[in-house]
Design a binder for this molecule. Sequence first.
Ligand code: GRG
Length: 296
Amino acid sequence: MLNKMFDLAAYFSRNNTLLERCLTEYLDSSANARLLEAMRHSLMAGGKRLRPNLCIAACEAVGGDPEGAFPVACAMEMIHTYSLIHDDLPAMDDDQLRRGRPTCHVAFDEATAILAGDALHTLAFQVLASMKSKRPEHALEVIRIIAVAAGPSGMVQGQMLDMQSEGRTLAPEDLQHLHALKTGAMIEAALAAGAIVAGGSPPQVDAIREYGRAIGLAFQVVDDILNVEGDPAVMGKAAGTDRVRRKNSYPTLWGLEKSREFAHNLTQAAIESLSDFGFEAEALRTIARYVIERDK
Ligand code: GRG
């Protein structure tokens, strides 16, 4: 009932307009023109902006002013975009299409794409370290959480495990561990950072992290399902690649029906972890439902 009252499309649209503006401003630097063009090509290609929206929604859930979360939200999107640029490289997935555009190395060249990813990664931490905060210890904690999630104990490790597992069948718990690192860590960090920057209490941050772990996994399960049955024209990226590359995925492990049921149960668990929050967490609840209903 309540979710019918929450217009998620309008929420994303409002946030994304502001995010595009902020990201454009952050890109307006003294960097080399071709490097900037490559960074802009990937960053401003109109992804779903899920992580920044989660960051803003977590900030609002604990009663914060969303404006304070924008630098963190933008930094998360920069790190996410760097990871996509590097993931698409010939040495990794060798993909040609991303966000409806030629991948960065196709539009430019491989070396420029590597540097564009490096530059977005570093710019994110420049933005975070330049945040104006009344509570510097909150800013420091946010930087630490994001670095852990993106680095060798988080996303990069997940990517390494993914590479090492190609062509091998993983046990369900190993697949879950891989995804918790590769995809889940950044989603959980975006949420935790949004709540912390807004001064959320430790129990609030814990509840939001629990929500994040559940929707992070649900997001990945749906990503695997879309890789089987999604429409490349809608998704703006190729489908069917997991099968070709013999990647471990939930549909391969369990089939489509059981995978859908698993994603649904995770969404329910995510919503339940927000039981102590009121209507201010409605964006988070509605995003949880969107994660399993999405078609891109
Ligand atoms: C190269 C260090 C490094 C890490 C790469 C993010 C990632 C790790 C790989 C991307 C490949 C992939 C399909 C991951 C699973 C789910 C995922 C992160 C999908 C892309 O995120 P979306 O759907 O993309 O939020 P948009 O473009 O909407 O932002």
